[in-house]
Design a protein around this ligand. Structure first.
Ligand SMILES: *[C@@H]1O[C@H](CO)[C@@H](O)[C@H](O)[C@H]1NC(C)=O
Ligand SMILES: *[C@@H]1O[C@H](CO)[C@@H](O)[C@H](O)[C@H]1NC(C)=O
Length: 248
């Protein structure tokens, strides 16, 4: 019986922590001054968080690495992206936030001049009737992106403390332009390769209609993981500065 108790205690015990030390001076009070504070302090926190922190399960983001994305998996075409590196996340800036404190809703707008994904691609399939099976290097430059992340913080009681459980809406995004570059798409035939690159770049808006949601899912996962991993171990009382007026 005693053994059983110990086991159960172990399972539900949450090892609560304060925010990482480099973020503690960047907290904001939940008052009407929250917006300006969060834009300034939140933006200052991004490059610090981007260094990664194993203690809080925060991945390194300068660059962020993704082993494989299976971008297309249809009967006529398989397209994998591997060994991806996402550059430029540490330079994202918070440019706006809308807050509804009663609902604990935070709608954060971020901007990034240059988020660039580089990696390898491999494709196997048919375009019309022409078989294509090749691989090479690729890059994708997301120029002047605006990203809107909306979350509602739900409340959870764990081990005598109160924690947030953030729930995100799908990420909204918009780019001024997206530039693709695929190398050695058709082996030695540079002409066809250049044609394909030209085609991709002239049709980036159509391509983004197809691949944009996948890319947004990747970026969204990076953002939500940060909040989820912090919120999992840092109780509410350590997240915002204490505010004598506003209390949940
Ligand atoms: C964007 O970032 C990538 C990776 O850091 C860099 O190689 C590239 O030159 C940058 N592009 C522009 C237009 O600044
Ligand atoms: C894509 O990756 C999957 C899983 O690793 C593999 O089975 C498949 O053959 C790959 N397809 C291409 C075109 O590389």
């Amino acid at each position: 019986m005693r053994y059983l108790h110990l086991v159960i205690y172990f399972v539900i015990y949450v090892d609560s922590k304060e925010l990482p030390i480099y973020m503690r001076h960047l907290r904001c009070p939940l008052t009407h001054d929250f917006k300006e504070c969060f834009i300034e302090k939140g933006t200052a926190a991004i490059p610090l968080i981007a260094k990664g922190d194993p203690e809080y399960n925060l991945p390194k983001m300068n660059p962020f690495e993704i082993p494989i994305v299976r971008l297309l998996e249809s009967p006529s075409m398989a397209l994998n992206l591997t060994n991806l590196k996402v550059y430029g996340l540490e330079e994202l800036k918070i440019i706006d936030i809308e807050v509804d404190l009663k609902r604990r809703m935070f709608k954060t707008t971020l901007s990034g001049q240059n988020v660039t994904v580089v990696g390898e691609y491999s494709v196997d399939g048919k375009i019309l009737i022409m078989p294509i099976k090749t691989k090479g290097l690729f890059s994708m430059y997301l120029k002047n992106g605006v990203y809107i992340a909306t979350k509602i913080d739900h409340i959870e009681h764990k081990s005598d403390d109160i924690y947030y459980r953030p729930v995100f809406d799908p990420l909204e995004y918009n780019f001024e332009k997206v530039e693709f570059r695929l190398d050695s798409l058709f082996g030695q035939n540079e002409d066809i390769g250049n044609q394909v690159n030209k085609y991709l770049n002239n049709n980036w808006e159509n391509l983004m209609a197809e691949f944009g949601p996948q890319i947004a899912r990747i970026l969204s996962k990076i953002i939500t993981d940060i909040f989820d991993n912090l919120a999992a171990v840092v109780p509410v009382k350590y997240i915002f500065l204490d505010d004598p007026v506003f209390k949940f």
